[in-house]
Design a protein around this ligand. Structure first.
Ligand code: NAD
Length: 276
């Protein structure tokens, strides 16, 4: 499959990984549409990039998702690819997390991904072609203190996407999971990353998505090294894998080691305290 001319919808496309993916695919000649709850940032990013099709999208609202895909199809044609990228990562101790934040993480990161996958795949299965790409995280395979609910949401995305992949594998519709490591966007502001490992750049995730479109696969981890370390943990005794996590600083990176001032603006946006 070549990317040129494909109609690609990206959720949470106003900034970060979504915007980098939109930029890369737009440059490669795809017909890209981005949706986001943050309308001001969305308009700014779409205008800068020269995208014609963008609009308000709340991934937790079935009507909003359906209306957005309808609008894209009217303007660009049938959706070939949906990248379910919108996601939030409030950090902190789970017993201090409000019920509203717990629900918000699950609504956006899990329910939103399942909704989008269903609405897009219903259309794709009818046509016998399409690709749903769900952005999970290496936290979808690595228990991480300070991110318990986020980890739960990303484990859910991995399980959902792999199940749907098998369910539809003979229909011409592909499902893939992307598992990024720490990636330099606002989502990781005030955090130090894993000790001794470089964070990914949003463009690295965009390139991994391009590679999935060119050759559909079950999953891709970014970076390769971080993906390898996480995969290798499965073959270690539990104590050894937890020791590795400790050595990488993962036990404190989202708790004591957070620069709360540097992270404040992101946390307020992610928790819905500041309006998007
Ligand atoms: P980001 O905060 O830079 O961008 C996320 C975008 O999603 C924002 O523009 C936000 O407005 C939008 N959004 C939030 N709720 C929405 C909703 N209900 N409907 C539509 N849009 C909504 O974050 P990012 O780092 O670019 O993250 C993108 C995805 O990658 C997320 O799913 C995240 O969990 C995942 N991820 C990120 C990292 C990382 O380190 N940055 C690592 C692994 C996975």
């Amino acid at each position: 499959m070549t990317v040129t001319g494909k109609v690609v919808v990206i959720t949470g496309g106003a900034r970060g990984i979504g915007l980098a993916t939109a930029t890369t695919l737009h440059k490669l000649g795809a017909k890209v549409a981005i949706g986001d709850v943050d309308e001001a940032k969305l308009k700014e990013s779409a205008t800068e990039l020269g995208l014609q099709v963008y609009g308000k999208l709340d991934v937790t609202d079935s009507d909003s998702f359906t209306a957005f895909l309808d609008d894209v199809e009217r303007q660009l044609g049938p959706v070939d690819v949906l990248v379910n990228n919108a996601g939030i990562m409030p950090a902190g101790k789970v017993i201090e997390e409000s019920d509203a934040v717990t629900k918000r993480i699950l609504d956006i990161n899990v329910y939103g991904v399942i909704l989008g996958s269903k609405i897009a795949a219903q259309r794709m299965v009818k046509r016998g072609s399409g690709h749903v790409i769900n952005i999970a995280s290496l936290a979808g395979e690595t228990p991480t203190p300070g991110l318990a609910t986020y980890c739960a949401s990303k484990f859910a995305v991995v399980g959902f996407t792999d199940s749907a992949r098998i369910e539809y594998r003979d229909t011409g519709v592909h499902f893939s999971t992307v598992l990024p490591t720490f990636t330099n966007t606002e989502l990781v502001s005030g955090t130090q990353g894993a000790k001794g490992l470089k964070n990914a750049e949003p463009e690295d995730i965009a390139n991994a998505i391009v590679s999935l479109l060119e050759k559909p696969r079950r999953r891709v981890s970014v970076t390769k090294l971080a993906g390898f370390l996480v995969a290798s943990q499965k073959f270690m005794p539990r104590a050894a894998s937890e020791y590795m996590g400790k050595t990488l600083g993962l036990e404190h990176v989202f708790l004591e080691d957070v620069d709360t001032e540097a992270r404040r603006a992101y946390e307020e946006r992610a928790r819905g305290i500041t309006q998007n």
